[in-house]
Design a protein around this ligand. Structure first.
Ligand code: URQ
Ligand code: ZN
Ligand code: ZN
Length: 533
């Protein structure tokens, strides 16, 4: 009897001790750190109260203005941007002295878990986004594909894939054929599902390619809905001819890929798409501009006042095609993407166009296939799944290629890696800026630290990396997504399902005034001529 009373007494003592401890922690948290700890079934449980962060001492850089200032964040939103902000209780301080505090990168062109050429791209939404966050990108816009041409089914399939997201994301939708159902689904996607851009492939014959008739109908529907048409601009019929020519010449290795689809086929399709967009009077977005031939068409159109957006990708901006001739198939096949990475000279022209504003933003076209998947084309380059990595490397590659080289300013860096994309897809200033009210998607870049890229340390699932061994000055030490520190000191701290779908409204700035041009066009017709019957 005595023992049991003593035992009960002892247990009560321990229990009381634990309650006291919990309360002490509660007080502390109110005073110091932001975790709230309670005594649960599993013992001590810590949950985050509000995420209050104060980034102090850095240079805050937006696309149009930079200043020495502190940034106060609460509940995932930027509250204050001003010098000499002081912290009160429960706020975590991040020291950014000597560093750049910038909006997180937005990658407008990715392909997570995409079925393509009999394979599926190796990163899913969780692994691909984790890689993005480790590289300073805090939002991406992925290309959803229709299922058997059915856009609604395609949307639902991508919605499912994205459930595992750990960062914010949006969708573009591809259109691979034309009929009334496609037109209806486009309307539904724009009006109900927050999609404000559609991609048309002018290549990949027999798989994704559309005809000019389908392109024109698609452009007209996009214009009506205030959605931005995007094109993969290569002449798909020319590519088939080019591939046959290489095979007949006995060229079956990865080098056959760029040789089969030369810049002239990219230039022709870019010119055609731009002229058809002019004919319909719709703005146009040309994805992955990889060559001078395509660049010249974008440049000519913009100089004529046409609303054409040109999107280079990190691989085209920073690399040339020499590795495609590497005698080691595994190395060469990594670089197979379409349009191909071009010969030396093209990347320099793309860099110059980016710094002069002829090209507006930088994407990745992240579509990774590992070496096992790539090996399916060992004896016929036409079977090598097209696509490269880049979502984790883009921010560093652009920093090194464009800022370290002095080609663009840090403000321009923010514009081409984040702000321009947010404005084009109508999500600015929620995204793409560090302003009161903006989402707290922020990176801290230390210009004096170094970064070395390697498949041994990267976070993507791919076993190779087209930037292997690239070492540079400048390192994104901290990534904040939705107000949470998700990357710091080389540690990734992400949560499955934390990512939010970002709906994008139609009729962004590229559509302002189109109706006036249409009205002027109708007036210019001076028709029909009324003749006496
Ligand atoms: O064409 C694209 O954008 C997709 C299919 C990714 N692959 C590629 O080689 N660019
Ligand atoms: Zn493409
Ligand atoms: Zn792509």
């Amino acid at each position: 009897m005595l023992e049991s009373t003593m035992l009960f007494g002892a247990t009560m003592l321990v229990y009381r001790g634990m309650v006291v401890l919990a309360v002490a922690l509660l007080v502390l948290s109110r005073a110091g750190a932001e975790d709230i700890c309670t005594v649960g079934n599993e013992g001590l449980e810590c949950t985050q109260q509000t995420s209050k962060l104060l980034i102090q001492g850095g240079t805050v850089v937006n696309a149009d203005y930079q200043q020495q200032a502190d940034v106060y964040i609460e509940d995932g939103v930027v509250k204050l941007v001003a010098p000499n902000l002081k912290a009160v209780g429960g706020v975590r301080i991040i020291d950014a002295t000597g560093k750049f505090v910038m909006p997180g990168g937005i990658d407008p062109h990715t392909h997570m878990e995409m079925p393509f050429m009999g394979q599926e791209s190796i990163d899913d939404f969780f692994s691909g986004q984790g890689a993005a966050l480790a590289g300073g990108t805090t939002m991406h816009i992925d290309f959803a594909l229709p299922v058997d041409g059915d856009l609604a089914a395609g949307y639902q399939a991508w919605e499912k894939k994205a459930e595992k997201s750990c960062m914010d994301y949006g969708f573009h939708m591809a259109v691979t054929k034309w009929n009334d159902d496609v037109a209806k689904d486009m309307e539904w996607l724009v009006k109900e599902k927050g999609i404000n851009s559609f991609k048309f492939f002018m290549a990949y014959k027999g798989a994704l390619m559309v005809t000019d008739e389908e392109l024109i109908q698609g452009f007209k529907k996009c214009k009506e809905l205030g959605a931005l048409p995007q094109v993969h601009a290569e002449n798909g019929d020319g590519v088939v001819e080019g591939q046959t020519r290489m095979i007949e010449l006995g060229i079956t290795g990865p080098e056959g890929h760029p040789l089969s689809r030369p810049p002239v086929l990219e230039g022709e399709a870019t010119a055609r798409a731009i002229r058809l967009a002019k004919f319909v009077n719709t703005p146009l977005y040309v994805v992955h501009v990889m060559s001078i031939d395509a660049l010249d068409e974008v440049s000519r159109a913009r100089h004529s006042g046409q609303r054409v957006i040109g999107e280079p990708v990190a691989s085209g901006l920073a690399l040339d095609d020499s590795k495609l001739w590497d005698p080691d198939f595994k190395i060469a096949a990594q670089y197979v993407m379409s349009p191909p990475i071009r010969a030396a000279g093209h990347s320099q022209a793309l860099q110059a166009a980016l710094s002069s504003g002829v090209l507006q933003l930088v994407a990745t076209d992240h579509c990774p296939f590992n070496s096992t998947q790539k090996a399916l084309g060992k004896y016929d380059f036409r079977k090598i799944p097209n696509g490269v990595n880049g979502v984790e490397e883009r921010m560093h590659i652009v920093w090194d290629t464009m800022v370290n080289s002095g080609k663009i300013s840090v403000m321009d860096y923010v514009r081409v890696t984040s702000t321009a994309c947010a404005k084009i897809f109508n999500i600015y200033p929620r995204k793409g800026a560090i302003l009161p009210g903006s989402d707290a998607d922020i990176i801290i870049l230390n210009p004096n630290a170094t970064t070395t890229i390697s498949s041994k340390t990267h976070h993507s699932r791919i076993d190779t990396n087209i930037y292997e061994g690239w070492s540079m000055k400048g390192n994104i030490e901290t990534t904040i997504s939705q107000g949470n520190v998700v990357w710091e000191k080389g540690n990734l701290n992400v949560q499955r399902g934390k990512g939010r779908y970002i709906a994008m409204k139609p009729f962004g700035y590229l559509f302002d005034g189109l109706d006036k041009v249409d009205a002027a066009y109708l007036t210019s017709l001076k028709a029909p001529v009324h003749r006496a019957s």
